[in-house]
Each structure stands twice: as structure tokens, then as C-alpha cells.
Design a protein around this ligand. Sequence first.
Ligand code: NAD
Length: 397
Amino acid sequence: MERIGLWLIGARGGVASTVLTGLVALAQGKTRPVGLTTELPLCSGLDLPDWSDFVPGGHEIRDIRLVDQAMDLVTRSRALDARLVEEIRPELEAIDRRIRPGTVHGVGPTIARLADDSVPRDESPRAAVERIGQDLKDFAAAEHLEHVVVVNVASTEPAVDASRLPEEWDKLEPLLDEAECPLPASSLYAIAALDAGCSYINFTPSLGSLPAALDDLARRRGTRHMGRDGKTGETLMKSVLGPMFADRHLEVMSWVGHNIFGNLDARVLADPANKKAKVTSKDHLLREILGYAPQTLVTMESIESLGDWKTAWDHIHFRGFLGTPMTLQFIWQGCDSLLAAPLVLDLARLADAARRRGEVGTLGFLASFFKSPQGVVEQGFGRQFAMLEAWVGGDRQ
Ligand code: NAD
């Protein structure tokens, strides 16, 4: 049996605490594996780690306790079962002791304000990468781990234009010594992870491992990465319904999506700079699926009383035969962290399976898990899922 590290960036957030509660519950047989793709018969032939093989740890910037964050999901959002969180309190406390202070380099003022005094403020980007890398190596050594999968579930950073960054690792690497280094924290974590031979998964719209130079680094170190932004709710619906309109040759004239929710993620996304990264990620796929650009609007507002529950109301105005306009509306009411957590667990397992198969570079077969899949043009969920099925069947992509 191999022990596999699951290192979460943003380890005491809503998604992370749900991932960790779910992981312990699965490992102890306290819950059924509903929502997990890797528990489908499709994946039964894959060489996947068991839930009990995972050893969790992570980086965080806020001074809170993991168990208190999980309890917040119980009391404020009615999302987790109080009895379950109480039963696994010792395990959550043990994981909490493996969580290290992160970095806030380039995260913008809204996220930086969340950080406590243990987070260094005047560290150079290179020093941050070295410290994070050492934390990962210490974790792997102390826990006798075969492999560590690093998953970014930290707050969404303001958008960064990666188009002018050098495309080779040798040319990007010197930027780490510059005070004005354009790389945000998500990319510094990605560099530290890939350099240490870990797999890196970016579940957020932040830059992460998107720059071509980081793919170069991954290939040089013989490791792998994928992102960005988990596809859990409204955008999942878009990527299912969009191909339906395209395949029936119905003309989508406009698609409006209003989102309201009230967790910490919503509070961070209330900052227009952070919101822009998320809205871009939710908006681009329709025109790529349809092959033309209908008028679109995506709004996202923080309504505190809703806690972790997100309501998305989508209004789709489309033209049918003989030019007749018609409307489809749907209302999605999902619990954000509970939608995200199983995807994170699936991604950790599948990244490890890719390692066992010797895959390096971008993991395109994971496209169906992301709103903006790196290196993949296909945006329709059905065809993306077929890519996963083909990979499970032995294809390389
Ligand atoms: P959250 O605000 O509850 O948790 C984020 C955590 O990251 C917080 O604990 C915060 O302190 C920590 N953090 C912020 N910057 C950090 C840094 N530089 N280093 C280390 N820790 C840092 O948010 P959440 O609801 O758990 O969502 C996590 C991320 O996943 C967000 O970026 C969100 O947009 C993304 N995401 C969520 C969903 C979903 O919940 N359904 C879907 C897709 C993407």
C-alpha cells in the first residue's frame, strides 16, 4: 500500500474542510460515495489509491481551526452533519496540526486582509517558493509518502495577464528575484509543487500553473498538472445544455445567469478585481461550444444569509424553427462546498493514477472537471467525459 499526500492550498476554507470531512468519512466507511466519479463502475479497473491511503496537510493564511470551519458549515449553512463532524473531531485536529502558513504574494488587498501574523509579509517570491517547497518535502518525508498531490482551493486571486510571460522555465525562473514579480501566490505554490515532483491541480480561476513555462517545468521534473476552476454547478449546466442547443441547431440569442451566495468565497468575489477572474471563467465556454457569441451576462452577488448555498437563475432566450423565439429557464440551488469536495477527491485520485501511468505535463483527460480546462479546446461536458472514458480505457491524450 502506497501512502499518498493530499496537500490543500487554502486548507481551512469551505471546500477544503468539506474535502477533509468527506475524506475521513469515506476512509472510515461513514458515508456512501455519492457524487464521486471515481466510484463509478467506469473506474473500477483503474489503479486508484483507497481513501485511507491519503494523508492530508496544507497551507493556509487564516488563523482559524479546521474543526471550527467544518462546524460553521454545520451551524450556519446546514451543509454538514453535526454528529459526523463531532465523531471525526480527533482526525480533523490531527490534520490541522499539519497545516503550515502560506504566502500572500500578489493576492491583492481583499485576500491579504484575511491573513494572520504567522504569514510572512516581506518575503521575496523566491524565498516563498523555497519555504513552500521545504514544507512539501518535510511533509513527504515525515509521513513516508510515495507521492503528493497539491490542490489549490484557496480564494480566487485577481486576474493576471499571462500572455507576456516567458514560455520557457529557464527564462521565467529569474523573475522570482524581482520585487515586481507578476506571478501571484497560486503560481508560486504551483512552482514549489512541480519543482518538488508533486502533482498540481488548480481548482480555482487563479493563474496557478497556466503559464507555458510552468508546463515546461512540470515536464522537466517528470510531473503533471491541470486546472482551472472546478466545474460544479451553473457552468456544469452550461456545458451540458450548450451542446444540446448546438446539436439541435437552435440559435441561442442570449444567456443570462444570476448567482447569489453568502460564504467567504462570495465575500472575496465581491471585490471587482477578484470577481473578474471568476466571471471570465464562467462566461467564455458558451461561445466556444456554440461557435458564435450570443449576448451573455453573468452576475455574482454576496448575500450573507445564504451561507454556502448558491442559487443560480439562468434565462436562455433562443430561436427555433421559422424564427420563433422561445425560453428555457432553470434554477440551480446547490451547496457549493458539497458540490466541489467530491471533484477535488476524484482529481486527487486521478492525478495519482496518472502518475502511476507515467504521465507528465497537462492532464487533458480531466477536462470535464474544469470550467477552463488547460490545453483543451473542447468545452462540452459529454465530449469531455468521453475523453475521461477513453483515458480510463488506456488512451493517452
Ligand atoms: P473559502 O473562502 O471558504 O476558502 C478559501 C480558503 O483559502 C480560505 O480559508 C482562505 O483563508 C484561504 N486562502 C486564501 N488565500 C490563500 C493563500 N494565498 N494561501 C493559502 N490559503 C489561502 O472558499 P471556498 O468556497 O472553499 O472556495 C475555494 C476556491 O475554490 C475558491 O477560489 C473558489 O472560487 C473555488 N471554487 C469553488 C467552487 C465551489 O465551491 N463549488 C467551484 C469552483 C471553484
